[in-house]
Ligand binder design. Structure first.
Ligand SMILES: Cc1cc2nc3c(=O)[nH]c(=O)nc-3n(C[C@H](O)[C@H](O)[C@H](O)COP(=O)(O)O)c2cc1C
Length: 309
């Protein structure tokens, strides 16, 4: 089979992705930061940093810690705010044929709804990933994502304010993630992405203080969370009928394919962008090669193909 014959395209709501590989929010800046490493036209979509109604400075210092198999970090939704994003960051992304998904944040439902409305009017935004899962902020973020009623309310408010593809991003810091996935579907979500970081801690035994300073806790991300993320994605795929985007510890094509086989329609790569900035492109190539080697015409034949017996 010639490489041209392989179809990597997938659909997420109204979005047509050239391939299922997307950089995860907060680990790819606003795209331009990776210009020396990645041709954005080669990605399935781009997801930019969490964006709220106003600029946010983020957490206190001591934000990022390398741990065995990943990272423990608390960025705290630092971001430029929606007006600056539209004026200064979006024009760069408009040059590419790749759909732009904005990861949106809010202190309350009203902020989420307003940001959704503003972005719906901006030329060049294709979708909204709704961050109701940030483990590192007091207000907003995970505060919504651990309460099914609040999850429903925020997704419904956004749905009522936009025709863009709406993708709530779930937190793993709950007992039964399927409840939250179902609630998002009922509220009108077009797809679901999961997972964000797991709340974690590290202590310096000499000072007996948190290694993340005054922040105390942070989100555990990277390869060490992959088995948990994969299990949750698999559970959610079997709960909802909308597409699921798998996130958590992906370092290349082999990891990505595990999520696709489990039933994810697309995947996001986060922490590994900070280790290998070309990981997204290498993952696209690796998925393509896997299909070519096995004579499979379309990535859609792999999605949800897990053998259970
Ligand atoms: C430095 C950093 C910044 C992040 N910023 C955001 C963000 O702005 N919005 C969001 O929803 N998730 C954010 N995340 C979470 C990632 O998008 C992703 O869900 C998580 O890291 C798990 O994927 P990974 O194991 O591939 O890193 C961030 C993660 C890291 C490491």
């Amino acid at each position: 089979m010639s490489s041209q014959a392989v179809d990597l395209s997938v659909s997420i709501g109204k979005l047509k992705l050239k391939n299922p590989v997307i950089p995860a929010a907060g680990t790819f800046g606003y795209g331009e930061e990776f210009a020396n490493f990645v041709d954005i036209n080669e990605l399935g979509a781009v997801i930019v940093k969490g964006t709220g109604l106003y600029p946010r400075l983020g957490s206190f210092e001591h934000r990022f810690l390398e741990i065995p198999g990943g990272s423990l970090c608390t960025i705290g939704l630092q971001g430029v705010g929606v007006e600056v994003f539209i004026k200064e960051k979006l024009p760069y992304l408009r040059r590419f044929s790749t759909p732009v998904i904005v990861n949106i944040v809010g202190d309350d439902i009203d902020e989420f709804a307003q940001v959704a409305e503003i972005l719906s009017r901006a030329e060049g935004v294709a979708g909204l990933e709704v961050n109701i899962s940030c483990p590192n902020v007091e207000k907003g973020g995970m505060h919504f994502g651990v309460d099914p009623e609040a999850t429903f309310e925020v997704v419904r408010a956004i749905r009522n304010n936009t025709d863009l593809t709406v993708i709530p991003k779930l937190t793993p810091n709950v007992t039964d993630i399927t409840i939250f996935a179902k609630v998002c579907e009922e509220a009108g979500a077009d797809a679901i992405s999961l997972i964000n970081g797991l709340v974690g801690m590290a202590i310096d035994i000499n000072t007996r203080r948190s290694k993340l300073g005054k922040n105390l806790t942070g989100g555990v991300t990277g390869p060490c969370i992959k088995p948990i993320a994969l299990r949750m994605v698999w559970q959610v795929v079997h709960t909802v009928s909308i597409p699921v985007i798998g996130i958590g510890g992906i370092t290349g094509a082999e990891d990505a394919l595990e999520f696709l086989v489990a039933g994810a329609t697309a995947i996001e790569i986060g922490t590994y962008n900070l280790i290998e900035p070309k990981v997204t492109i290498k993952t696209v190539q690796g998925i393509k090669q896997y299909l070519i080697d096995r004579g499979i015409n379309s990535v859609n034949e792999i999605i949800g193909s897990m053998v259970l017996s």
